[in-house]
Design a protein around this ligand. Structure first.
Ligand SMILES: C[S@@+](CC[C@H](N)C(=O)[O-])C[C@H]1O[C@@H](n2cnc3c(N)ncnc32)[C@H](O)[C@@H]1O
Length: 244
């Protein structure tokens, strides 16, 4: 008990793929904001998953590409109408091994934090910068770290509750390495489903430093996709980087 041996970039997606779209619904505000930032495209999503954001973006007429480590998540994308027209590379998005230059590269839903150390996050910024078309942008949406939620480096949370079940998470915090290991649970009459998630959180200033080292600079920081102002106590952040 207690080992994370065998956890790799595909583990989260492979274990959540069957229920992901039931757990996490559409996000019209994200799609509207990203469509606006994309200009004429093309667009690249890091951690494209089941296409929750990518498919509506493609429906807006944009050429959308993706990278994901989990074949099971991409199989879900492929099973949806229009899911076969989105080119997806299976691999680790830290390395962005994909041809092309993009007017918009984005990583949503805290997915940037799946890169588990600063060096890997930094490498991702550098690789993205090398894939931006002139005037292109890199958009990173994450939670803003708030370590006060951990008591004795643990946290239990009710993430969602509905008539058919509840989504809970049990987390352990490693403050020194800014790491959080979680098991997320969906508890319902049918039983309990679980999937593991490991994160390395970075503060907004750290993201800006990584961006600067990659030759990018912050153009905007909002607290949400509707471009709400970012404040000291904002729970989320949407950063838009362009070339310095
Ligand atoms: C929380 S889901 C987000 C999916 C999608 N972006 C959305 O908003 O619905 C994170 C996705 O990142 C993928 N992923 C996790 N680590 C990865 C890595 N190192 N390289 C590529 N994909 C990764 C997972 O398989 C999963 O599909």
């Amino acid at each position: 008990m207690g080992s994370w041996e065998g956890y790799d970039p595909a583990t989260y997606g492979d274990q959540v793929a069957d229920v992901y779209d039931r757990m996490y619904g559409p996000d019209d505000e994200a799609v509207a904001c990203l469509t606006d930032l994309a200009g004429a495209g093309p667009v690249l999503e890091l951690g494209i998953g089941t296409g929750r954001l990518a498919l509506p973006l493609a429906d807006e007429g944009l050429e959308v590409h993706g990278i994901d480590a989990s074949q099971d998540m991409v199989d879900q994308l492929r099973s949806k109408p229009g899911g076969d027209r989105i080119p997806v590379a299976i691999g680790d998005f830290a390395d962005v091994e994909i041809d092309g230059r993009f007017s918009l590269v984005f990583v949503a839903f805290n997915a940037f934090f799946v890169l588990l150390d600063v060096e890997t996050q930094q490498r991702c910024f550098a690789n993205v910068a090398a894939h931006l078309a002139p005037g292109g942008r890199f958009v990173v949406r994450t939670f803003v770290p708030d370590t006060s939620r951990f008591e004795r480096d643990q946290h239990l949370e009710v993430q969602a509750v509905a008539v058919d079940g509840a989504r809970l998470s049990a987390s352990r915090h490693d403050p020194e390495n800014q790491r959080v290991d979680s098991l997320i649970m969906w508890v319902s009459n049918a039983g309990v489903l679980t999937w593991p998630a490991r994160l390395r959180y970075s503060y907004p200033d750290e993201l800006d430093e990584m961006a600067a080292a990659a030759g990018l600079r912050l153009e905007h920081r909002w607290s949400g996709w509707a471009r709400e102002p970012f404040e000291d106590d904002s729970a989320h952040q949407v950063s838009v980087y362009g070339r310095a």
